[in-house]
Design a binder for this molecule. Structure first.
Ligand code: HEC
Length: 159
């Protein structure tokens, strides 16, 4: 008897759990539908990058995110020289950086990818200059634009 009771409870629990999951999925779809965003990904795929390089690229990206966070912390602590150093060293534009980014450029003659990468790194230099010259507000403004520049590329390109 106990076994039967247990089975009934287990089955009831499992089926209600499952129907919750289905409801949840449907609700999610409805919300997404109402928001009206695209349901297919039309961004340009970087098909020329082999899988191990994608892994490396994503690790670099996560480092970018870390550095933006470190810059924000330094600006908040009013350590403007530190913010400037982090920005120049890790995100600033240079010949070496141009070389690094060019590997991910999908079109030999150049596309928006290189333009967006350059814009983002040069914005980091602008942030560094503002911080170095003691303008914390301008540095924060440049940081907002820097983050915007990051996302401009994410909106257009994907792995
Ligand atoms: C020129 C293009 C470009 C710029 C600029 C760029 N990214 Fe990315 N980023 C990419 C691409 C491509 C991916 C891979 C997206 C995908 O998964 O399909 C990516 C992925 C990421 C990811 C996800 C990593 C993961 O583990 O999946 C993070 C976080 C990220 N970028 C942060 C940043 C930050 C922060 C900046 C600016 C400081 C930045 N990116 C600037 C192209 C760019």
């Amino acid at each position: 008897m106990k076994k039967v009771l247990f089975a009934v409870v287990a089955i009831t629990w499992l089926t209600t759990g499952f129907s919750f999951a289905v409801d949840d999925h449907q609700m999610h779809n409805e919300v997404m539908h109402k928001q009206g965003g695209p349901t297919t990904d039309s961004r340009t795929e970087l098909t020329h990058i082999p899988a191990p390089m994608k892994v490396m690229h994503k690790a670099m990206m996560r480092q970018h995110m870390d550095h933006v966070s470190q810059i924000a912390a330094a600006l908040a602590a009013n350590d403007l020289n530190k913010a400037s150093d982090i920005a120049v060293t890790n995100l600033g534009w240079s010949q070496a950086r141009a070389q690094e980014c060019s590997v991910f450029e999908p079109v030999k003659s150049g596309s928006d990818y290189t333009i967006l990468a350059t814009a983002m790194h040069k914005k980091a230099d602008e942030l560094a200059d503002a911080a170095k010259s003691g303008h914390r507000d301008k540095a924060f403004q440049a940081m907002a634009e820097l983050i915007h520049n990051c996302n401009e590329c994410h909106k257009k390109f994907r792995h």
